[in-house]
Design a protein around this ligand. Structure first.
Ligand SMILES: Nc1nc2c(c(=O)[nH]1)N[C@H]1C(S)=C(S)[C@@H](COP(=O)(O)OP(=O)(O)OC[C@H]3O[C@@H](n4cnc5c(=O)[nH]c(N)nc54)[C@H](O)[C@@H]3O)O[C@H]1N2
Ligand SMILES: Nc1nc2c(c(=O)[nH]1)N[C@H]1C(S)=C(S)[C@@H](COP(=O)(O)OP(=O)(O)OC[C@H]3O[C@@H](n4cnc5c(=O)[nH]c(N)nc54)[C@H](O)[C@@H]3O)O[C@H]1N2
Ligand SMILES: [Mo]
Length: 667
């Protein structure tokens, strides 16, 4: 008998069928998916709850662990208030688990709840919600087959979402023009009809404004759509003037002919889609980058139709779901803003609480900064590895040591687990039931295949019991994931109608919103979900152009690594401690292939092996981020608090520590 699980790696969400008896499987869309059945087994699993005793961890029973945590939490709430407690929800966990984690946080009176979207697409969620009404991808992946032009910016699907790259290739075969904008000549750039190489990382919105300028001056915009379906265009237009083709050529160093060709191809296609990723969201200017993307689509009327869509393709398997469920400091489940009184009242009455705080909580990045001043007394981290994945590793480690009570729910002994006070053993995806939402808003049920090892339990069990043990008034304990989904389908408007029975019975899952039993695969076909029903152009304030005098560090993903969790075929593939640089910079710095170099930034220094790479432009050093990048990335000092420059950091100094012996003999 085959059991259906949803792939636990990326946000494409392939259903995979595993045969428990003979261990065969099918349905996976890439090499990572092939690992699914053994993935959890091969990790260094946590088999029981542990409590710190000095430098060691002692195994304890669940009763002991949860009783002590509950009584410590009660004390903290009483003395310092609920908002001294923070949570990082889990975009690898199910919807049910994320729902109960944020519900627990709000029962304690805390909006300090976030998830790894903060380091990823949180800014896309925010901009899309502000402009169109809902913080999500607008169209199904299959719609790309009907696009006549596909603009891919700061995103490398060939590596990050291989099954989606196959759809794009098919669309190209059917005649779609593919335009790629990236710092590196990436794997995806290789399949582009037009490739624009970014020379100034972090300033993509300027490139897009140049495209918009060309579209406006040639009259290639969609007048009817602008008039009938949008508002706020005038407020946006003033910024566009300055960004003409000469600005693009002289300041951004992108040839005039190339940008004109890209703008015309995209506008004249008549129906196009835009896909974007970490190359635009992980910068201090991320708001501008994403707002420019959405404005470009609105100008051409490329929203709400088959083949015309906006795709902030979600990274983790359930990062969409973690956001939908309200594991965000400013949104309750279903993107109801915490400062919206009506929305708060709705959840207050559904949950039986008197009060939900109306002020947005701290982001997961701010939490570590606040912890340095002692403002955070307790932190729950559920399935995230911030020691490696957050900016500024030294700061994160110091903060964790400064927090009185750090509880980490994990499946494996990660770098972060070692800094916890309590370690709670979690069941991995194939070891529990639950629903997961992919980047298309497709909610799918994943069935339990294996028993969890040792005493590990699903994450929802922990929070269900903790609420009980703390004696929270009106806290509901749950018997199953199905129980929780029933509550979600009754309380979260975008999940109305998404019941366990329907999900389990449907082969392809259900796409939200699912009102009146009809699910909308494509958003905004009739109107936008804003109060006026129109899409809003967002205004963009440009920081004045700064000509970088220093080298800029950027980061990217390797196909053989998955975030901080694993790297496969590591020895055959690229060394994850490699720093890629251009031939010109290598020459200027006297660096040769294989040299051991030390890169220093404002926040730290770390060593890498240098590799000269003609796919990298002068002025940029690119490193795979999976292990050491965040020793030298920094928290944002400029720009909004909700984005982090994980991809554009000024390099202060590069030292050559060792010259490669191979090179010595060659030169
Ligand atoms: N194999 C594998 N697949 C994954 C993951 C993984 O770790 N490994 N992680 C998953 C997750 S969580 C996510 S969020 C997705 C992310 O998927 P992507 O968004 O594709 O992630 P990255 O490779 O980090 O960045 C994309 C591209 O941005 C480029 N870039 C860097 N700086 C700039 C810039 O300033 N401008 C422009 N235009 N481009 C720039 C990089 O060169 C890179 O090619 O992948 C998911 N899939
Ligand atoms: N410099 C730089 N930094 C980056 C990025 C970058 O491009 N450059 N990318 C950013 C992005 S897009 C992301 S999404 C983040 C990712 O950052 P993280 O989310 O910290 O990375 P993961 O390695 O995916 O960590 C997930 C953890 O969840 C655990 N886990 C898996 N399943 C379960 C479960 O069911 N229950 C529990 N309790 N735990 C589970 C895994 O063992 C793993 O340790 O990193 C960000 N950091
Ligand atoms: Mo991500």
């Amino acid at each position: 008998m085959n059991t259906k699980v949803i792939c636990p790696f990326c946000g494409f969400g392939c259903p995979i069928y595993i045969n428990k008896e003979d261990y065969s499987m099918y349905g996976y869309g890439c090499a990572k998916g092939l690992l699914v059945k053994n993935f959890a087994k091969n990790l260094d699993r946590i088999l029981a709850p542990h409590v710190r005793s000095g430098e060691r961890f002692i195994e304890v029973s669940w009763d002991t662990a949860l009783n002590t945590i509950a009584s410590e939490l009660k004390k903290i709430v009483k003395v310092y208030g609920g908002d001294s407690i923070a949570f990082i929800g889990c975009s690898k966990c199910s919807n049910e688990e994320n729902y109960i984690i944020q519900k627990f946080a709000r029962f304690l009176g805390s909006n300090n709840i976030d998830n790894c979207a903060r380091l990823c697409h949180a800014i896309s969620v925010e901009v899309l919600e502000k402009s169109l009404g809902l913080g999500a991808q607008t169209n199904p992946f299959s719609d790309l087959l009907y696009s006549k032009a596909i603009l891919i910016i700061g995103y490398n699907p060939v590596v990050s979402h291989p099954p989606l790259a196959s759809i794009i290739m098919e669309a190209r075969k059917r005649g779609a023009k593919v335009i790629v904008i990236d710092v590196r000549e990436s794997e995806t750039a290789k399949m582009a009809d037009i490739f624009i190489q970014v020379k100034k990382p972090g300033l993509d919105y300027m490139i897009l404004l140049c495209m918009i300028n060309i579209i406006l001056s040639k009259g290639l915009y969609n007048k009817e759509f602008l008039l009938q379906k949008t508002e706020g265009l005038d407020g946006f237009l003033s910024i566009v003037k300055k960004f003409d083709s000469s600005f693009c050529e002289e300041m951004l160093m992108i040839p005039r002919k190339l940008i004109e060709e890209a703008a015309e191809e995209f506008a004249l296609a008549g129906c196009g889609s835009i896909l974007w990723g970490m190359g635009v969201t992980q910068h201090a200017n991320a708001y501008n980058n994403v707002a420019a993307i959405v404005n470009l689509a609105l100008l051409l009327g490329y929203v709400g139709r088959k083949g015309c869509g906006l795709y902030p393709v979600r990274g983790q398997n359930n990062v969409q779901g973690a956001c939908d469920m309200g594991c965000l400091p400013n949104y309750l489940p279903g993107y109801a803003r915490v400062n919206d009184e009506k929305a708060r009242k709705l959840f207050q009455s559904a949950w039986g609480v008197d009060w939900i705080p109306s002020i947005p909580g701290y982001t997961s990045v701010e939490v570590f900064e606040k912890a340095l001043n002692g403002d955070i007394k307790a932190l729950f981290i559920i399935g995230e590895n911030p020691v490696v994945s957050h900016p500024n590793r030294v700061l994160v480690e110091k903060a964790l040591q400064n927090i009185e009570l750090v509880v980490v729910n994990e499946i494996r002994w990660s770098e972060t687990v070692y800094l916890a006070d309590y370690v709670l053993a979690s069941a991995a995806h194939t070891e529990k039931d639950g629903s997961y939402t992919n980047s298309e808003r497709r909610v799918q049920w994943s069935f339990k295949v294996f028993d969890p090892p040792g005493n590990a339990v699903p994450d929802w069990v922990v929070f269900s019991r903790l609420g009980d043990l703390m004696g929270l008034r009106n806290w509901r304990s749950y018997e199953s994931a199905e129980n929780i989904l029933m509550e979600i389908s009754n309380t979260v408007p975008i999940y109305y109608g998404i019941t366990p029975e329907r999900l389990k019975a449907s082969e392809d899952g259900l796409v939200w919103p699912c009102h009146n039993e009809v699910c909308s695969q494509r958003l905004y076909q009739n109107k936008f979900e804003t109060p006026t029903g129109k899409a809003r152009f967002l205004s963009i304030e440009s920081n004045d152009f700064k000509n970088f005098s220093k080298l800029i560090l950027t980061t990217f993903r390797l196909g053989e690594c998955y975030n901080t969790t694993l790297c496969i075929n590591n020895t055959k593939g690229v060394d994850i401690d490699t720093a890629f640089l251009s031939r010109q910079d290598a020459h200027l710095l006297n660096i040769r292939d294989g040299d051991l170099i030390e890169i220093a930034t404002r926040c730290g220094k770390s060593t890498f092996h240098a590799k000269i790479d003609d796919k990298i432009p002068k002025g940029v050093i690119a490193i795979p981020w999976h292990k050491k990048a965040n020793i030298i990335t920094c928290n944002s000092q400029v720009g909004p608090k909700n984005v982090q420059p994980l991809k554009s950091v000024e390099i202060l100094e590069i030292k050559i520590l060792e010259t490669s012996t191979r090179n010595k003999s060659i030169h």
